[in-house]
Design a protein around this ligand. Structure first.
Ligand SMILES: Cc1cc2nc3c(=O)[nH]c(=O)nc-3n(C[C@H](O)[C@H](O)[C@H](O)COP(=O)(O)OP(=O)(O)OC[C@H]3O[C@@H](n4cnc5c(N)ncnc54)[C@H](O)[C@@H]3O)c2cc1C
Length: 314
């Protein structure tokens, strides 16, 4: 369903202060390599362009979504109506704010690659981000999803974040004001709109030994390569782990679903909680296979699996 009028498009092209692509296939911007077109994909050049864009969209009552690296997203084949905003140009940079013998505080902008942040910290002997090695996507996406593994979550090292609210105002939110949970970081009620844009995160990391951090990093990456499919497109783990008992992957495996296919989507033989795109999958194939996984796991174990991936589009 189209949301932008000819007048909106003219305004957008003038206001964006960066690039605007109309009808841009989201398959080009998601790690699953599926998804129909965004009505408009905008890449603002600066934070002030972003701020003007967000407040203008609010005034015009136009819907918008923030895109990070697209590594935790399934965009439906019909695409996303309204505006999708990428921050990879306007929100860049990693800055050391303060450092002493015990710890370092640094700020990472949300459009930065999460792996760049991990390597930045590792090379300087700042300890605490190795858990995030191998998690693709941006710093902003990782904060929003509270990305992590059994070794740690983003919320373990985050001190505060800066968000831009839909009126174009910046706010600093300390971690104590965030509702932090497994794969979620919820903003306080006063700025709980999903349209809030994370601009940056401030992290506090302990001082450590560069050699020891690097050697731990090698082991973490080796383990990831051994356990997860890394060649075919995916969005990582599809379902959250239930709060107790077996993991989602163990349940799907016990249900005998490894290798099960719908169209071009397949439940990975290596890790049952990964769906991989074997080449020509559509979002509809992936959503169909997800529904079947949920149904079969529920029938066998009476456990309702909750998606970890975000599903966008109508
Ligand atoms: C091979 C593979 C392995 C993975 N392994 C892991 C893992 O071990 N642990 C884990 O937790 N995840 C894992 N993931 C999932 C994914 O990489 C993480 O959730 C990642 O942090 C998402 O970041 P992103 O920038 O790609 O966000 P996106 O997928 O682009 O967006 C995710 C959500 O965050 C919102 N968002 C993004 N940026 C902002 C912002 N600046 N402000 C406000 N909202 C924003 C989006 O609107 C969307 O709702 C894996 C994915 C893949 C493909």
């Amino acid at each position: 369903m189209m949301r932008l009028t000819a007048d909106d498009r003219k305004w957008l092209s003038d206001a964006a202060g960066g690039s605007v692509c109309y009808g841009e296939p989201m398959a080009r911007h998601t790690s699953f390599r599926v998804g129909g077109p965004a009505e408009a994909l905008v890449t603002p050049a600066t934070i002030s362009d972003l701020s003007l864009l967000i407040s203008g969209l609010k005034d015009r009552k136009l819907p918008y979504r923030i895109l990070g690296g697209g590594t935790n997203l399934i965009v439906r084949d019909s695409g996303i109506p309204g505006v999708v905003i990428r921050l990879q140009q306007c929100c860049r940079g990693i800055t050391v704010e303060s450092s002493n013998n015990a710890q370092t505080a640094l700020t990472a902008m949300s459009g930065e690659n999460l792996q760049k942040l991990c390597v930045f910290a590792m090379r300087r002997g700042f300890q605490g981000l190795n858990f995030a090695l191998g998690i693709p996507g941006t710093v902003g996406g990782a904060i929003r999803m509270n990305a992590g593994t059994a070794l740690g979550w983003m919320s373990d090292v985050l001190e505060s974040l800066i968000v831009l609210d839909p009126s174009g105002r910046m706010k600093t939110i300390p971690k104590a004001d965030l509702r932090v949970a497994y794969r979620s970081m919820v903003f306080p009620d006063t700025c709980n709109a999903p349209e809030n844009v994370i601009i940056s995160g401030r992290f506090v990391l302990k001082s450590g030994d560069v050699g020891a951090i690097k050697s731990e990093a090698r082991k973490i990456l080796q383990q990831r390569r051994r356990r997860q499919p890394t060649i075919l497109p995916s969005a990582g783990c599809i379902f959250k782990n239930p709060s107790t008992g077996k993991t989602a992957g163990e349940l799907i495996d016990l249900a005998g679903l490894k290798g099960y296919k719908v169209g071009g989507a397949e439940i990975s033989l290596k890790h049952a909680n990964f769906i991989v795109n074997t080449g020509k999958a559509t979002a509809s194939d992936i959503l169909t296979i997800m529904a079947q996984m949920r149904r079969i796991v529920y029938e066998k174990f009476q456990i309702s699996l909750e998606p970890e991936v975000i599903i966008e589009g109508e």
